[in-house]
Write a protein that binds this ligand. Structure first.
Ligand code: A2P
Length: 334
């Protein structure tokens, strides 16, 4: 099996390569691709080094699985070419997520969507949607979800490597009494929070907020779920957090939700109701695979309301890990 990683020098691409090696994905050959800028440089694949090749001049014939994480425009331009050459493309960008002929898959939640891949392209959900699905799908299956109200606290790695460098540099500059220069984000990110992710849309929401709406409905196969989201960028390097308020169709107790989370594949319950007895990006999510759930409690303002706090490594489960898990499901198909 020949595997290509497109965007191999990026924040997600690097982790895709390390997870492929860590999980011993059955690849005979792995090709690292990026732009012309980084062609010839080296990236790590387990304890080996791969020389990065230029995507634009690469011939995709012979590639079985291509993992794309090089931005929407690159996916739009190259994913159909890889698919036409016979590869199954697993695309981490938002380019194809809304296409009805492209399955949008969270490996533990809707793997059956991989039974039909008409365009040869599978979409990996947005990182915030990903961790939300692992946490709420068991509740939706048990009692039905009527409405979700979500506030996110998203780390800068979700924006890419330059954003991580910006947070580091601004922090150092400010601690040295120098001015912080915003470049990737419109305002200072160090020691600040920014209520903005993606582009502003006509309805006043941002594109990152509307992804949570569209993607949740598609993955759970239920267009009737009402969703309201506020996306916020916080000065954290790895790990997105979400405060999630759920209104269910039938009443469910906090104890029952705790039990569901405890048994849910990909989820880990961290809910001790004491100082530190909850997940945070630094103590739990960063560098780990699970979606961590805590602060589960019944909503005192709603008869069928449940609150929870959901934290996960946005680069691992939120992007690279789920893409590799999809690749494993495809590789293991009879
Ligand atoms: P490069 O390093 O050559 O620019 P991040 O999300 O961390 O910013 O990473 C984006 C990834 O997508 C990088 O690997 C980057 O490669 C790659 N990339 C961006 N634009 C293109 C392009 N036009 N063709 C191929 N790869 C691209």
């Amino acid at each position: 099996m020949k595997v290509a990683v497109v965007g191999a020098t990026g924040a997600v691409g690097e982790v895709m390569l390390s997870i492929l090696a860590e999980r011993k994905f059955p690849a005979d050959e792995v090709v690292a691709l990026a732009s012309e800028r980084s062609a010839g440089s080296e990236v790590e694949y387990g304890n080996r080094k791969l020389t990065v090749r230029d995507l634009a001049s690469f011939d995709p014939v012979g590639v079985d699985i291509a993992l794309f994480s090089a931005g929407g425009e690159t996916s739009k331009a190259y994913a159909p070419k890889f698919a036409a050459a016979g590869a199954i493309v697993i695309d981490n960008s938002s380019a194809f997520r809304q296409d009805p002929d492209v399955p949008l898959v969270v490996s533990e939640v809707n793997p059956e969507a991989l039974n039909d891949i008409p365009k040869g392209i599978v979409a990996n959900p947005n990182c915030s949607t990903m961790q939300l699905m692992v946490a709420i799908a068991p509740i939706h299956r048990k009692v039905g979800i009527e409405r979700l109200n979500i506030a996110t606290y998203q780390s800068v790695s979700g924006t890419g490597k330059r954003a991580m460098e910006e947070l580091g540099k601004q922090t150092a500059d400010l601690l040295n009494f120098n001015a912080a220069e915003p470049s990737v984000y419109p305002v200072q990110i160090a020691f600040n929070v920014i209520p903005h992710g993606g582009d502003f849309l006509d309805n006043g929401y941002t594109s990152e907020e509307m992804k949570l709406v569209w993607e949740t409905r598609k993955i759970l196969g239920d267009p009737s779920i009402q969703i309201n989201a506020t996306v916020v960028r916080v000065p954290v390097f790895f790990g997105h957090s979400e405060a999630v308020a759920i209104e269910t169709r039938e009443k469910i107790s906090a104890a029952e939700v705790r039990q569901l989370i405890d048994q849910a594949p990909g989820a880990e319950l961290v809910d001790m109701r004491e100082p530190g007895g909850y997940p945070t990006p630094v103590t739990h999510a960063s560098g780990n695979d699970a979606v961590f759930v805590g602060r589960i409690r019944e909503d005192i303002s709603h008869p069928r309301g449940i609150n929870m706090w959901v934290v996960s490594d946005n680069i691992r489960k939120g992007a690279a890990l789920n893409a590799v898990q999809i690749a494993e499901l495809i590789a293991n198909k009879p």
